[in-house]
Design a binder for this molecule. Structure first.
Ligand SMILES: NC(=O)c1ccc[n+]([C@@H]2O[C@H](COP(=O)([O-])OP(=O)(O)OC[C@H]3O[C@@H](n4cnc5c(N)ncnc54)[C@H](OP(=O)(O)O)[C@@H]3O)[C@@H](O)[C@H]2O)c1
Length: 286
């Protein structure tokens, strides 16, 4: 089975490396070719365009920044959609919003293709260590076909439902992630303004009942002020826009999420967009 992989950013480069290491026959493409160098040295084949990658694929995985990037790669000049062989499976792991995903599923089905959304939870280290969690939307038979690939890149797969449901779960999860970080950073700012030391605050909050468990992994970033990127802050702002799109589509009011969205936008405007999203702490605490 020939696997195509498009999108070799922080996540995709590591996921593709795990597929390659497991012995899969991999053809790769990325807008910026240099990011494929290590994979090509490891035996992957380069495709000059998304079209070329798609033509050579039985299963094609994409993990791209945002809906516009997926649209460019799917429909643009040299796009993948018209090039995939009939019956091939397109697995989109990008974090987008459910209506967009359902549109992609419709475009794929209309061309005789199969489609699955499979966004991931976990960041750079989980991608490197094959510890991702996949939220999957698609037909059960396709999920079964793809499971050996998910198993090489991750440790757990949750089949949420039909196409669009993987992304539906993902936007809920990232709403939780983003707002938990914002609540923590804001609470710490209040605590420090009240004269509580950072050490006392972290001792009570991190690992305690009120803060999200993932914050413990970010603690060294808060303490050192070094926010080496794992999940770019600008993509967390984008994900909150995906949440807002989903909330609009379903008529669900999400005032907390939308307030957090603007906070991440302000932090991005202050120059923190390419740092880890934990840099929201720096934005609010200096
Ligand atoms: N990092 C995380 O912790 C994490 C965790 C879970 C989910 N995600 C999601 O996974 C996806 C990828 O994230 P990432 O962290 O790997 O981001 P990234 O390092 O910024 O990579 C983004 C990828 O999208 C490509 N891209 C962007 N715009 C494009 C366009 N117009 N046409 C073609 N390609 C385009 C980039 O190509 P270039 O290399 O040429 O720029 C790159 O391959 C996003 O949807 C993100 O929300 C990320």
């Amino acid at each position: 089975m020939k696997i195509g992989f498009i999108g070799l950013g922080i996540m995709g480069s590591r996921m593709a490396a795990n597929l390659l290491q497991a012995g899969h026959d991999l053809v790769v493409h990325n807008r910026t070719k240099a990011k494929a160098d290590a994979l090509l040295a490891g035996g992957a084949t380069w495709a000059e365009t998304p079209t070329a990658a798609a033509r050579a694929s039985d299963v094609l995985i994409t993990i791209l920044a945002h809906p516009q990037a997926v649209e460019d790669v799917a429909f643009g000049e040299n796009g993948l959609l018209d090039a995939l062989p009939v019956g091939a499976l397109w697995i989109d792991c990008s974090t987008v919003h459910p209506a967009f995903t359902r549109r992609m599923a419709g475009e794929a089905t209309a061309r005789g293709l199969r489609f699955m959304d499979a966004p991931v939870a976990g960041s750079k280290h989980q991608a490197a260590n094959a510890e991702l969690l996949f939220f999957v939307g698609g037909d059960a038979a396709d999920v079964a076909l793809a499971q050996p690939l998910f198993g090489v890149m991750g440790h757990k797969t949750v089949h949420v439902g039909a196409a669009g449901m993987g992304v539906s779960m993902k936007v809920v999860v990232n709403h939780m992630l983003a707002t938990a970080m914002a609540a923590f950073a804001e609470g710490a700012a209040l605590g420090q303004a009240l004269g509580i030391s950072q050490e006392a605050l972290f001792g009570v909050l991190i690992g305690g009942a009120t803060a999200a468990p993932f914050l413990a992994r970010k603690r060294p970033m808060f303490e050192t002020g070094e926010y080496e990127v794992q999940f770019p802050l600008k993509w967390m702002h984008k994900d909150l826009h995906m949440v807002a799109e989903a909330a609009y589509e379903t008529g669900v009011p999400m005032p907390v999420s939308n307030a957090a969205k603007e906070l991440y936008q302000l932090a991005a405007h202050s120059g923190l967009g390419d740092e880890d999203f934990a840099a929201l702490y720096r934005f609010l605490n200096g």
